[in-house]
Design a protein around this ligand. Structure first.
Ligand code: C5P
Length: 222
């Protein structure tokens, strides 16, 4: 049997990628991979084991045996504990971004990410899904939005969850993580060859999903 089809969404944080990928996966009946969550869980597990965030070899060695479970509702468990909220703190934002720049860590996560590819298909979202992890993906998207729009979206998300946040701090953190993503030597953030770019700054989630579904239908000959 041929390999399951993959649709990829890449781009910087808070472009709506996660929400859009989730909706598209549900509409197509495909599985979903939030690759950022893997970097986040690994960052959290390393931190809890007191591993320095620049120790690529030790962090990478932790990855294969990590008892992580993903459930359909988006919940994530580590050692049986629900860490869905714990992996979204400002500390883990920073640690995940730092460990993601380490070549050993990116290499260790390759097989783990590719394991999510199953029939009838996979929607994968992150930074390098189309360029590296699933270079043979059927349709690739690259979502962008201005840093100000993204910081405002993240601010609203945190306030809605009852978490405090200051807009200037969010904007600064986001820009510094963007820089790290774009400038790292391995798998820097940039559109994959053939990716369809969508600037979501002025678009609603529904409008982006409509465009995406049209592009998928056109590319897949539906
Ligand atoms: O998307 P999210 O913000 O959850 O990702 C957490 C961190 O993991 C990001 O700061 C990014 O640097 C890194 N990441 C990555 N490659 C991916 C997904 C996430 O480097 N495919």
């Amino acid at each position: 049997m041929s390999e399951a089809p993959v649709i990829t969404f890449d781009g910087p944080s808070a472009t709506g990628k996660g929400t859009i990928a989730g909706r598209v996966a549900a509409m197509l009946g495909f599985h979903l991979l939030d690759s950022g969550a893997l970097y986040r869980v690994l960052a959290l597990a390393s931190h809890r084991s007191d591993i320095e965030p620049d120790n690529g070899a030790v962090i990478a060695a932790l990855a294969p045996g990590l008892p992580v479970e993903f459930n359909a509702g988006g919940g994530i468990r580590l050692h049986g504990e629900d860490v869905s909220t714990a992996i979204r703190t400002a500390l883990v934002d920073e640690l995940a971004s730092r460990i993601a720049a380490l070549p050993e860590v990116r290499k260790a996560l390759l097989p783990w990410q590719r394991d999510f590819r199953r029939q009838p298909g996979l929607v994968a979202e992150g930074r390098d899904m189309g360029a590296v992890v699933f270079a043979d993906a059927e349709v690739k998207f690259f979502l962008t939005a201005s840093a100000e729009v993204r910081a405002k979206r993240r601010h609203k998300q945190l306030i809605d969850k009852g978490l405090g946040a200051r807009l200037p701090d969010l904007l600064r953190g986001l820009r510094s993580r963007d820089r790290r993503d774009e400038q790292r030597s391995i798998s820097p953030l940039r559109p994959a060859t053939g990716a369809i770019e969508i600037d979501t700054s002025q678009l609603s989630i529904d409008q982006v999903v409509d465009r995406v579904m049209q592009s998928i239908a056109a590319r897949r000959g539906g």
